[in-house]
Design a protein around this ligand. Structure first.
Ligand code: HEC
Ligand code: HEC
Ligand code: HEC
Ligand code: HEC
Ligand code: HEC
Ligand code: HEC
Ligand code: HEC
Ligand code: HEC
Ligand code: HEC
Length: 427
């Protein structure tokens, strides 16, 4: 039944017109009976299922693959005769297991054929991209360690990429790249670092990806692509940040830094934030020494560091005022029910918070005058919130004192009346 549903779903997703003939087509080509029959009839599977280890694995793994569901059988990749137990591996073009540097070509026979792939609405550029990639180029030189199709997709359990169990599903792909890229033995002799996965795991992006399962953050393939991976020093990898962080990139492009980066390749986002180990930045960057800070490129007491100081001061002083306003509002919340109208104050606080975020973004333009002006506005709004809350608290205190006095008078009066009553009784 699942095969049926899948087939219909796929057709619907492709947006094709759902006519009677497409429905019949779906039944005929994707009927589960088809795959199951073929499986039962295939001596390759019958025999290999009885074997052990590596020889058995294909018979166990293949039935879970996208290929099995589409009726791509053992012989479609390996050749041979699936109907002849005796001669299965001796006729009909049977070839032994492909060598690592032949695998891509084997997959390309179908995946680079537009006629075959059209009905599945799949791209056909994987092989071309791969052969021009860092992995494919090395493989062509008979270096067998770089990735080929089955390293990323699995040998026989090749699943659709949107299947959560696929090794290249967005949620799993970092780990798949990490299997080789965290392997010291493979990488050290090539003088390529092998810490990307670990660094990425600890980064703002990695934490969101692993801990909150937020797939809106970048993972290896956003920055490096999948099939056409190139040397990472190229501009498209280095400036990929702009795809998501549009506002920061807009501000940055107004700066002298962008002009300099086009001449000399520096400084781009990664020269101040890093690539794999990106953390939440703070204003320390403007003044502290360190690889990713202003002082790593600019001399103390230079004009550039004057601007750095101005930007840093504008942001930190605005933050100080904003924090005061925030804690004042927090104190106020304890007195909820006191009858004060605070919705306007809350709206102003939100506005100041937004402006503060905006000025951190705007700092990428290096326009200290504009950032300072924004900072003054943040401070002014924040100070007026703090002032207003102080006034309310004072009023509240006065009200409380008033209330206490009223109580005291009332109590004294009652005591006086009681005393008087006792005197009267004795008399
Ligand atoms: C009667 C049992 C039997 C049948 C049927 C059979 N195989 Fe095999 N197959 C084996 C055994 C045993 C080996 C390991 C020894 C060898 O390589 O000949 C093997 C090995 C293989 C290998 C690995 C060869 C290598 O180079 O390491 C492939 C690929 C393979 N079989 C594919 C197939 C395909 C495709 C079919 C169906 C067309 C098939 N087999 C049918 C028993 C079988
Ligand atoms: C989509 C193509 C494809 C299909 C379908 C396929 N294989 Fe393979 N098979 C390969 C590739 C590629 C390798 C080599 C993997 C490697 O060396 O890493 C391989 C390797 C093997 C091996 C060697 C052991 C190993 O795991 O490397 C055997 C045995 C084998 N296949 C049997 C089968 C059988 C049996 C079926 C059907 C149930 C099947 N294959 C279906 C592509 C395919
Ligand atoms: C370095 C790892 C890697 C290698 C090598 C690789 N792929 Fe992929 N492939 C991926 C990833 C990751 C995706 C999913 C990308 C996404 O989420 O959009 C993918 C997607 C695909 C898709 C789905 C359609 C598409 O293009 O998005 C097909 C088909 C495919 N690969 C086939 C191949 C073939 C054939 C080869 C060998 C020529 C190959 N892949 C080599 C990682 C790899
Ligand atoms: C005989 C033709 C053929 C060969 C050879 C072949 N494939 Fe496929 N492949 C298909 C078909 C057909 C589909 C099913 C597409 C579908 O159902 O949408 C498919 C699906 C896939 C998918 C899932 C794409 C998606 O929709 O997410 C991946 C990944 C993939 N193949 C990778 C490979 C790799 C890697 C190899 C080589 C080891 C290979 N294929 C060899 C025909 C082939
Ligand atoms: C099967 C192991 C393997 C897998 C899986 C693999 N790679 Fe690689 N990768 C290598 C090897 C080996 C090299 C080095 C090639 C060389 O010597 O130039 C390499 C090179 C690279 C480079 C170039 C590094 C440089 O400084 O030249 C990048 C970038 C890269 N891979 C990214 C990825 C990404 C992203 C993935 C996952 C989608 C991935 N790799 C999956 C083995 C692998
Ligand atoms: C946010 C973007 C981004 C993400 C996510 C990312 N990279 Fe990179 N990566 C880069 C950039 C940019 C460089 C090159 C920096 C430079 O100019 O030297 C790089 C460099 C590399 C290199 C070359 C060696 C090195 O460490 O400098 C490898 C290998 C690599 N990345 C693999 C990976 C793997 C594997 C993952 C996933 C675990 C990953 N990258 C995630 C952007 C990214
Ligand atoms: C695919 C989209 C995407 C790409 C590409 C991307 N990021 Fe991010 N980035 C995000 C998202 C989403 C967050 C928010 C994560 C969180 O807050 O948990 C984030 C968070 C950040 C933060 C922390 C922001 C803060 O408020 O403290 C910095 C810094 C950052 N990214 C820098 C970069 C740099 C530098 C690059 C390029 C090397 C880059 N990003 C590439 C989506 C992206
Ligand atoms: C010259 C160094 C430098 C460059 C280049 C740079 N940044 Fe920043 N970035 C900073 C500093 C410093 C901060 C911290 C500001 C603060 O909080 O005081 C920051 C803050 C951020 C933040 C968090 C604040 C916010 O705006 O939400 C993000 C996200 C960010 N940068 C992304 C980027 C991206 C994307 C690029 C490239 C387009 C980039 N940065 C280029 C220095 C730089
Ligand atoms: C990776 C090196 C690098 C880093 C890090 C860096 N800069 Fe720059 N900066 C340059 C280059 C190159 C120029 C253009 C040449 C010049 O003016 O020195 C430049 C120019 C400037 C200018 C422009 C001066 C003018 O002539 O208008 C200012 C201001 C500036 N940087 C401030 C900063 C601040 C603030 C930081 C830290 C947040 C920072 N820089 C971090 C490399 C860097």
């Amino acid at each position: 039944m699942q095969g049926w549903l899948e087939g219909f779903k796929r057709l619907a997703e492709r947006g094709g017109r759902f006519t009677l003939s497409t429905a019949i087509f779906a039944v005929v080509t994707i009927s589960p009976a088809y795959a199951a029959d073929a499986e039962a009839e295939s001596v390759c599977i019958t025999c290999h299922a009885e074997l052990e280890g590596e020889l058995q694995a294909p018979a166990v793994e293949w039935p879970k693959s996208a290929h099995a569901k589409a009726g791509v059988m053992c012989q479609d990749c390996h050749g041979g005769d699936p109907s002849d137990m005796e001669l299965a591996m001796k006729t009909k073009g049977y070839k032994p297991r492909p060598k690592r540097d032949e695998i891509a070509k084997m997959c390309a026979r179908c995946h680079a054929d537009p006629l075959r792939m059209r009905q599945y609405n799949l791209r056909t550029d994987q092989f071309d991209l791969y052969t021009s990639s860092v992995h494919g180029r090395k493989m062509a030189e008979h270096d067998l360690e770089p990735a080929t199709c089955v390293d990323c997709h699995g040998k026989h359990e090749i699943r659709k990429i949107d299947d959560p169990f696929s090794s290249v599903n967005r949620a799993n792909v970092a780990k798949t790249c990490g299997t080789c890229h965290s392997n010291q033995k493979i990488m050290e002799k090539r003088k390529i670092p092998f810490n990307q996965y670990e660094l990425y795991k600890g980064s703002v992006h990695g934490q969101a990806y692993f801990e909150r399962h937020d797939l809106g953050v970048p993972t290896c393939i956003n920055c490096h692509s999948n099939h056409g991976i190139q040397k990472p020093q190229q501009m498209t990898t280095r400036f990929i940040c702009a795809e998501c962080h549009i506002e920061q990139a807009d501000a940055y492009k107004k700066s002298r830094h962008w002009a300099a980066a086009q001449e000399s390749g520096k400084p781009l986002c990664i020269h101040c934030h890093g690539n794999h180990a990106i953390v939440r930045p703070t204003s320390e960057k403007f003044s502290a020494p360190g690889d990713l800070n202003c002082l790593s490129c600019h001399q103390k007491n230079s004009i550039q560091m004057e601007t750095a100081a101005a930007l840093g001061t504008a942001i930190t002083t605005a933050k100080a005022e904003l924090d005061k306003a925030k804690s004042a509002m927090k104190g106020m919340e304890q007195w909820s029910g006191s009858g004060f109208e605070t919705s306007q104050l809350k709206a102003n606080l939100a506005k100041a918070g937004k402006m503060y975020t905006g000025m951190r973004t705007a700092a990428h333009s290096l326009n200290a005058v504009a950032v300072k002006a924004d900072g003054e506005a943040v401070k002014q709004i924040s100070a007026s919130i703090t002032g207003e809350v102080d006034r309310m608290m004072r009023e509240l205190r006065i009200r409380k004192i008033g209330l206490a006095v009223t109580w005291l008078v009332a109590v004294l009066f009652s005591v006086a009346v009681w005393q008087r009553a006792r005197y009267c009784k004795r008399d």
